[in-house]
Design a protein around this ligand. Structure first.
Ligand code: NAP
Ligand code: FE
Length: 359
């Protein structure tokens, strides 16, 4: 994981000198609202002005960003020489910025990033404002493809050059976003740990991440998180990004995409509500019990109860929907290849049926 990381309050402004080497003109990529309120955009502008770097802002990245949005950002900057990008926001802003870095470097369309191989981008700096995706330390960019009515990893390797991790930006995040993103971070740790590609390094990171996540479970249940808890969640999320950089994700990530696309569930919630079903399909539960031990829980049901409490999601899937989504997963080997045991159709159906525990 080649990203250089700076952690702690004010780490961007303290280290603004590092931005100088990336050039004279920066594109800031962000969402419509939150970065203007949580201080992250203001700090980014202050850092750039301090270093005498000109900038332009694209602030139209939506949740689950689409290829069209990436294309529009590129077209709006036609005529500018963008030397580097700073992504400020959650996984959506960072993922859109990753794809955009490829468009600027190669002068291609957004859709071409899906088919061309081994593209490189202009330098990207990531400032996460959610503690969830770990996109600042993964090579992945997940975009919505409306033509195919799904979300997909664009299949390129794009690591940010630098990540600035300042948990103050997450302090005023609404609880629903804090909870869904914390669950996303946990699912990266878990799916990396319970993964065919898991190794001693990824497991060592994941185990530290589980401990940090475990220390935040009670504050999450009580809906009362201090800056210290927020810092732990942000670190857990970044560590989880490092884990999945090595291992990839597991079944819930592939299976959650239809729940986001068709049912409009936030990404972390879509993964989290599949978890009781997912953990129960493992025939060998040894590593699951070890994972729960690091978090400080005794059973899969305990984890399910906590997710039910904090995710506040009420979804019912019909048998027809369950079969439609399951067939999409079964038809795509890529979605099942990281699972360490043989996966049957019945396993996939039972994971989707477990969502109805949340109705
Ligand atoms: P997000 O989609 O980036 O943001 C969700 C919402 O949270 C937006 O409304 C955003 O508002 C708001 N928000 C962000 N930071 C906030 C803050 N500090 N305070 C208050 N509100 C805030 O959420 P995310 O869960 O971080 O990212 C999800 C995306 O990342 C999905 O598309 C998912 O597939 C992808 N993902 C990528 C990876 C990877 O490795 N690349 C891994 C997992 C998931 P604004 O729009 O106003 O900013
Ligand atoms: Fe995720």
């Amino acid at each position: 994981m080649p990203t250089k990381m700076f952690v702690g309050s004010n780490c961007l402004i303290k280290n603004s000198g590092l931005l100088r080497k990336y050039g004279k003109f920066c594109l800031i990529v962000t969402g419509a609202h939150s970065s203007k309120i949580n201080g992250s955009l203001e700090d980014t502008i202050t850092a750039l002005e301090k270093e005498d770097i000109k900038y332009r802002i694209f602030d139209e990245v939506e949740e689950n960003p689409s290829l069209e949005t990436v294309e529009r950002a590129f077209q709006e900057c036609a005529g500018c020489t963008v030397d580097f990008i700073i992504a400020v926001g959650g996984g959506s802003a960072i993922d859109a910025a990753k794809a955009l870095s490829l468009l600027f470097k190669n002068n291609i369309s957004a859709r071409e990033v899906l088919t061309l191989k081994n593209l490189k981008g202009i330098p990207l700096i990531a400032i996460p404002t959610t503690s969830g995706t770990g996109s600042e330390t993964t090579p992945y960019s997940v975009l919505t493809d409306h033509l195919e009515q799904t979300k997909k990893n664009i299949g390129q390797v794009i690591f940010p050059e630098i990540a600035f991790l300042d948990a103050r930006y997450t302090i005023n995040s609404p609880f629903s976003i804090t909870a869904a993103t914390a669950v996303d971070a946990f699912t990266h740790l878990a799916e990396g740990y319970l993964n065919r590609n898991a190794n001693i390094l990824s497991d060592t990171l994941a185990e530290k991440g589980f401990t940090l996540f475990g220390e935040c479970l009670k504050p999450l249940k009580d809906k009362c998180l201090t800056l210290e808890h927020r810092e732990k969640l942000l670190l857990a999320s970044t560590i989880a990004g490092m884990v999945i950089s090595q291992t990839g994700t597991g079944l819930p990530h592939g299976m959650g995409y239809p729940l986001t696309y068709y049912k409009k569930l936030p990404h972390g919630t879509a993964n989290g509500i599949l978890y009781v079903g997912y953990l129960n399909v493992f025939r060998n539960k040894e590593k699951i019990m070890k994972m729960l031990g690091f978090i400080g829980l005794e059973s899969i049901e305990d984890l399910g109860r906590i997710f039910k409490d904090i995710l506040d999601c009420h979804l019912t899937l019909t048998e027809e929907e369950i079969h439609t989504y399951a067939e999409q997963i079964i038809a795509n080997d890529q979605k099942m290849k990281n699972h360490p045991e043989k996966v049957t159709r019945e396993d996939i159906l039972s994971i989707y049926r477990s969502v109805n525990l949340y109705e």
